[in-house]
Design a protein around this ligand. Structure first.
Ligand code: ATP
Ligand code: MG
Ligand code: MG
Ligand code: MG
Length: 478
């Protein structure tokens, strides 16, 4: 089943059950605390917090998500994209646990002819929060899942909150057993590669207080006056299973970029593990980069722009390591457009702009990559021949300052060479540079000089000049 069809079936299933279909929000919301939208419920937060009254009691959506936390996993696990689509159904004080479980089970196990995904019920496992006997009983009654395939997990895995006082509650997750050839017996507790997480059902039933020590331990004040449902199903993960491929990078919407990379590099996917990781990184990141640029992100040195820059530079470097001599970004982004535009028309309507941003970053980085790599190799050789293991912070700083190497790239290259980097040293040099830039900016501001530096802001229609610090501040994500 094609990804497009998986999305459609999800929405149809819930619309049929009375939900209002709501379009995906942008990846970028006007919230400085949130780098990117990373879950379907984000656009509904004001409803869950009771700050706004929803115009509908139940809703369904397929939300674009970006999770930077998963960058390191890409290509290595079978299941982590940086960009993915989270399909969800939401109840704002309307139905609760029983209906949420019934709906999810029906969609997963109904036959394909009946509008479902046709999963074999015997291969589905679920987890519930430690003391959530109510959820366990519903799974048994409504889905007929035996106790052996229901696992209990603690706060860290199966209790949801927004990290602040407000709604919270237990969750229940659905996993698919890929079979003994993919790992250990024993359910998701034993092996999350063999048992693939596909859907998370959150039962917002309590109110979180101020107390406790943090993420996995917080004060629960008592039941909410109105209970809500928030669920998220990974569209790419369902596609991975229904298409009978080995991971989320080989599905119909991502694999074509790998094919393009094979064509451009002359190497084959599926021959060496190292190369395969690079192919998957290219395919995953090209899609994420196109989607981010589509929603208005430009490469930069901090925040969102830095994430985009890092993704684009990883594509360039991975392609080079696969043997691509010529620039290849144009081809990758074009394939992303061809596969993704049917669901995200901005990739078509804004194609030239998206392409120019991506190709521009590639060109800038390719100019410095070769010299930077030489500098890195010299430094690495010196460290090795001195019988040491750590590359000095000053070398990492020089790579960053002169060649625009993000620190993550230097860390990655060091790891590949069996070395580490003095990150503290790097950071303190960065801090010194930041201070110098601030002082300079201050001086220039007072002198009313060099207006061209912030012309860019004015061009973008921003009326208030917020200072040079923004142009020079290094990423908070570093
Ligand atoms: P995992 O444990 O596999 O990292 P998660 O528990 O972090 O997943 P949730 O926050 O529960 O994921 O998100 C809801 C659903 O979104 C997951 O059940 C999964 O199907 C999907 N999902 C989460 N992260 C990713 C990702 N990086 N790539 C693709 N799908 C994802
Ligand atoms: Mg995760
Ligand atoms: Mg999980
Ligand atoms: Mg989860």
């Amino acid at each position: 089943m094609q990804t497009h069809e998986i999305r459609r079936r999800f929405l149809d299933h819930f619309v049929k059950a009375g939900h209002t279909e709501v379009a995906s929000a942008s990846l970028i919301l006007d919230d400085p605390n949130l780098l990117f939208v990373n879950a379907g419920m984000v656009q509904f937060v004001p409803f869950f917090l009771g700050q706004q009254t929803p115009p509908y009691a139940t809703a369904t959506s397929v939300q674009k998500c970006v999770r930077t936390l998963d960058i390191e996993n890409v290509g290595i696990t079978t299941r982590h994209n940086t960009f993915f689509q989270m399909a969800g159904n939401f109840s704002f004080g309307d139905y609760f646990k029983r209906e949420a479980i019934k709906h999810a089970w029906a969609l997963l196990t109904n036959s394909v002819e009946d509008g479902g995904y046709g999963f074999d019920p015997e291969r589905l496992w679920v987890t519930v929060y430690l003391d959530d006997d109510e959820a366990r009983d519903i799974w048994k009654e409504e889905a007929g899942i035996p106790d052996e395939r229901i696992q209990r997990r603690g706060m860290a895995d199966n209790y949801w909150s927004m990290g602040i006082p407000g709604p919270c509650g237990p969750c229940s997750e659905i996993y698919y057993d890929r079979g003994p050839e993919f790992g250990l017996e024993g359910g998701p507790e034993a092996d999350e590669d063999r048992y693939l997480e596909i859907w998370n059902l959150v039962f917002m039933q309590n109110e979180r207080g101020l107390g406790g020590t943090g993420k996995d331990d917080f004060e629960i004040l008592g039941p909410l006056p109105k209970q809500n449902i928030d669920t998220g199903m990974g569209v790419e993960r369902v596609a991975f299973l229904l298409q009978g491929v080995d991971n989320v990078y080989e599905t119909d919407l991502v694999r074509p970029v790998i094919a393009k990379a094979e064509e451009l590099t002359g190497r084959k996917y599926g021959v060496s593990h190292e190369d395969d990781v690079r192919f998957r990184v290219i395919a995953d990141h090209a899609r994420t980069a196109a989607m981010l640029i589509g929603d208005g992100v430009n490469p930069g040195n901090d925040g969102r722009g830095y994430v985009l820059r890092r993704l684009l530079r990883r594509i360039v470097r991975s392609a080079k390591l696969l043997g691509a001599e010529q620039p290849s970004m144009r081809e990758f982004i074009t394939v992303v457009r061809d596969t993704m535009a049917p669901s995200y028309p901005v990739l078509d309507t804004d194609f030239e702009r998206i392409l120019n941003v991506a190709v521009g970053e590639e060109a800038a980085f390719r100019r410095t990559l070769v010299s930077g790599e030489k500098l890195f190799e010299t430094a690495a050789d010196e460290v090795k021949s001195a019988g040491q293991k750590v590359i000095a912070g000053s070398e990492a700083f020089a790579l960053h300052d002169t060649y625009g190497f993000p620190i993550d790239l230097t860390l990655e290259m060091a790891a590949e060479a069996g070395l580490s980097v003095d990150e503290d040293g790097f950071r303190s040099l960065m801090a010194e540079q930041r201070q110098r830039a601030k002082d300079d900016a201050q001086a220039r501001k007072h002198a009313h000089a060099d207006l061209t530096v912030y012309k860019e802001f004015v061009d973008r229609g921003e009326t208030e000049f917020t200072g040079f610090a923004e142009l020079t501040t290094e990423a908070s994500v570093l």
